[in-house]
Design a protein around this ligand. Structure first.
Ligand code: SF4
Ligand code: SF4
Ligand code: SF4
Length: 424
């Protein structure tokens, strides 16, 4: 297989095609800490794209409870098991060499284990281009099994000795994981299709399935380690998240001509989601774009991390990890950047705090932000360290350079007059 550079792994890796990169890449950041599992995102997608016959079990956006939940059931445990077997066969460890971290170009060090593509190469002769499996109908049958089911320390009836929950890690825990297609840089779905029915758009890196070319072989369903390609029995072809591409193209009548965030992003009442377009260089790396909010969160503040980067598809979805969850679990899920990301999120510097206000401030995609410094409004100790808060103002600008939102760190308050205390 040809070699391509995967910056999340800090090294070259095998991929069935030569690297080809879009001018800009569709990408998002989800702040897990804020999700309330209301599923508004899930239904925004369903009511837009998957409400028809044959799509009843299709949830392009889903929110699952970790560690037990998953859609399809146990998708990540099964993918990790396949990778684990490949490592055993090769006598290798799935280790990260964090001593080789190097700024924005190699922020997590070097992954010395195998990816899903390299694991598949071990077969002689190779049967598939990526390690994978096809979930059963039963596994696809419910998007939300094990909702709110916790793991960890248990008490028995009448036992009051169990300790109260405290940070930095809860002994009994669960969290919500929000999932859409990652529109990967090296998509396993695309690599596996014998009909070349999948393609990555050169303008925004969105990965789509050509419904005319697809013959329903379901190789993409098998190969995607995130299980975000799905088969529709009524049309006998596969479908997947389309990244709400008409909105990116400025076709939504709400703001004609302006790129808008996807439906699942724009509808989130928890304000956990921000989506954007990052600039790409011809070699596949991210072009420095210091004041693009996604670039800032991933590459500068480094609070947002890729989901299972070890799979090797270079997913373009990034997550701010949940503060209360045991770190070994999070390191397996988001790689070795977890400890630094949580530390920075728990006591954010003033620029990060300002940028965090941009989540769900507008439906328009923010291409650039600016921070105007304000007065100090708080001083104290957070996470054991001195911390100061400033009432800075953050301004977001759209594709055409015009202002699309303006927010201050301190929320504006309206004091109701005493005689009208129940009205505004
Ligand atoms: S809409 Fe937002 S808060 Fe609600 S489940 Fe989805 S991601 Fe979480
Ligand atoms: S998440 Fe899966 S379906 Fe989406 S681009 Fe990546 S490999 Fe393909
Ligand atoms: S980006 Fe659009 S198509 Fe994809 S999951 Fe979200 S709402 Fe659905």
């Amino acid at each position: 297989m040809p070699k391509v550079y995967n910056w999340q792994l800090g090294r070259d890796m095998s991929y069935p095609y030569e690297g080809r990169y879009p001018e800009r890449q569709w990408a998002f950041v989800f702040n897990i800490n804020r999700c309330i599992a209301c599923q508004t995102c899930t239904f925004a997608c369903k009511s837009t794209w998957t409400f028809s016959k044959g799509q009843e079990y299709m949830w392009w956006n889903n929110v699952e409870t970790k560690p037990y939940g998953g859609y399809p059931k146990f998708w990540d445990i099964k993918a990790l098991q396949l990778l684990d077997e490949a490592h055993r066969k090769a006598g290798k460890d799935a280790r990260w060499n964090t001593a080789q971290r190097d700024g924005a170009s190699r922020p997590y060090g070097v992954y010395e284990g195998l990816t899903v593509f390299e694991g598949a190469e071990l077969e002689s002769p190779p049967q598939e281009v990526a390690l994978g499996y096809e979930p059963t109908d039963e596994e696809w049958s419910g998007p939300n099994f094990y909702e709110d089911t916790a793991t960890g320390a248990r008490s028995s009836l009448g036992d009051t000795t169990i300790e109260a929950t405290t940070l930095p890690e809860h002994k009994t825990w669960f969290f919500y994981l929000q999932r859409v297609c990652n529109h990967c840089t090296y998509p396993a779905c695309l690599a596996a299709c014998p009909r070349q029915a999948l393609y990555k758009r050169p303008e925004d890196g969105i990965v789509l399935i050509d419904q005319e070319r697809c013959r329903g072989y379901r190789k993409c369903v098998m190969a995607c380690p995130y299980k975000k390609s799905m088969y529709r029995p009524t049309t006998r072809v596969s479908e997947k998240c389309v990244a709400c591409y008409p909105r990116i193209e400025g076709k939504d009548p709400l703001f004609p001509g302006q790129p808008l965030e996807a439906r699942c992003m724009a509808s989130c009442p928890g304000k956990i989601r921000i989506q954007g377009l990052v600039k790409k260089s011809p070699d596949g790396s991210w072009t420095e774009d210091r004041y693009n909010p996604i670039y800032f969160l991933v590459k500068v503040a480094r609070v947002a991390l890729p989901l299972y980067p070890q799979f090797g598809t270079e997913p373009n979805g990034y997550y701010i990890p949940p503060r209360w969850v045991p770190r070994p679990y999070l390191r397996q899920m988001f790689g070795p950047g977890v400890d630094e990301a949580i530390q920075r999120y728990a006591a954010p510097d003033r620029e990060l705090l300002a940028v965090m206000q941009l989540f769900r401030a507008t439906q328009q995609i923010i291409f650039r932000y600016e921070v105007i410094q304000g007065a100090k409004v708080f001083e104290g100790t957070v996470a054991g360290r001195k911390w100061e808060m400033f009432n800075d103002t953050v301004i977001g600008f759209g594709k055409d350079g015009k202002e699309v939102c303006r927010l201050s760190v301190e929320e504006a308050q309206h004091l109701r007059p005493a005689k009208h205390y129940n009205s505004i």
